[in-house]
Write a protein that binds this ligand. Structure first.
Ligand code: TXA
Ligand code: MG
Length: 310
């Protein structure tokens, strides 16, 4: 390929050849491929070592593009108007004549769809004549990637190209809301259950794992740095990495601040980056200071609880 092509053109070049590339989004980086291609989407599962039955989110540029594959409804339009493009994923009913590869959603009649706001990825989506299937750019069950270097850390030279869009602004995966039948939250994110309730003017539930796992990736060990994690810790053990959200008087080389003044948005943005760093420093266990369960704090706790399951 010629040098000097713009990054968007390079991305397009590989995607058109049915390759997977890394793409930046405001939540986390995605491992993207043509959602209409069986060949391209099968590579995602292989690279991520992802179980075939765990469906992928498809990323669109516009409602017009989405309408080729899915039915939309009133709740969708309300939430779209308020939050999109942005960190929210909708489960919608697929049209009979949709073009989505059968690999993407395990032959179900519904699809997870999202409109990411990162300007580079929007530009890329606009330039393609297909949507992008993109799970988080990490090996299955591990911590998501929030920068180009994190994607390299996960996949090395196994992927052909990464579109570099800097650090992900939010740093936690999108909120997932099912709009099939009664609206339901399937995964917490930076957009809260309350914010969604306020828009659709109905009480909705977040289904914590009830044994009946609606979102496959949500059940077991997930978002894990591969090290033991303990949460709500006041005093860490001697050789443990300690994640903090408020500046302490004493300094310790094992202290890792994700925010120094309880700014929970900042904590969310720094969480995965810090977990990855601690892992790469070869710590054997991690403890985390208590994080208030308000707003995005609820999402941070959700991810930590899942990551701490053995
Ligand atoms: O922020 C995000 O959502 C990122 C960026 C890259 O867009 N993507 C992401 O994808 O987090 P992934 O695959 O790591 O997580 C998507 C979750 C999985 O747990 C999957 O099981 C669930 O969404 N999911 C996908 N399609 C679904 C469907 N049709 N019904 C229910 N759950 C679905
Ligand atoms: Mg993921």
């Amino acid at each position: 390929m010629k040098n000097g092509l713009s990054n968007i053109k390079k991305s397009k070049f590989y995607l058109n050849k049915n390759e997977c590339i890394g793409i930046p989004t405001e939540t986390v980086y995605g491992l993207a491929a043509n959602a209409y291609s069986d060949k391209a989407t099968s590579k995602i599962f292989k690279l991520k070592k992802r179980p075939k039955k765990n469906p992928l989110i498809v990323h669109y540029y516009s409602i017009n593009d989405l309408k080729k594959d899915c039915y939309i409804n009133k709740n969708f339009l309300k939430l779209y108007k308020e939050f999109c493009p942005g960190p929210i994923t909708f489960i919608l009913k697929l049209k009979k004549n949709n073009k989505i590869s059968k690999n993407v959603n395990n032959k179900k009649n519904n699809l997870a769809v999202r409109f990411p706001s990162h300007p580079l990825t929007r530009k890329l989506l606009k330039s393609l004549n297909y949507p992008l299937a993109a799970p988080s750019a990490n090996i299955s069950s591990r911590v998501s990637a929030v920068s180009k270097m994190d994607v390299v850390d996960e996949f090395g030279d196994k992927i052909k190209y990464i579109l570099d869009g800097g650090s992900s602004k939010i740093g936690l995966e999108s909120t997932i809301v099912s709009l099939i039948n009664k609206p339901k939250i399937l995964r917490l994110g930076s957009i809260s259950v309350n914010q969604i309730q306020n828009i659709i003017k109905k009480k909705i539930n977040f289904e914590k794992n009830s044994g009946n796992i609606v979102v496959p990736g949500q059940g077991k060990l997930h978002y894990s740095p591969g090290i033991k994690i303990r949460i709500n810790v006041k005093n860490p053990k001697r050789h443990e990495a300690f994640i903090l959200i408020k500046k302490r008087e004493i300094n310790d080389k094992n202290y890792f601040y994700i925010t120094k003044n309880k700014n929970l948005n900042e904590a969310g943005k720094n969480l995965y980056k810090t977990l990855r760093m601690i892992k790469n420093l070869n710590y054997k266990s991690i403890s985390v200071e208590k994080i208030p369960g308000k707003g995005i704090g609820q999402t941070i706790n959700d991810r930590l609880i899942r990551a701490s399951k053995k």
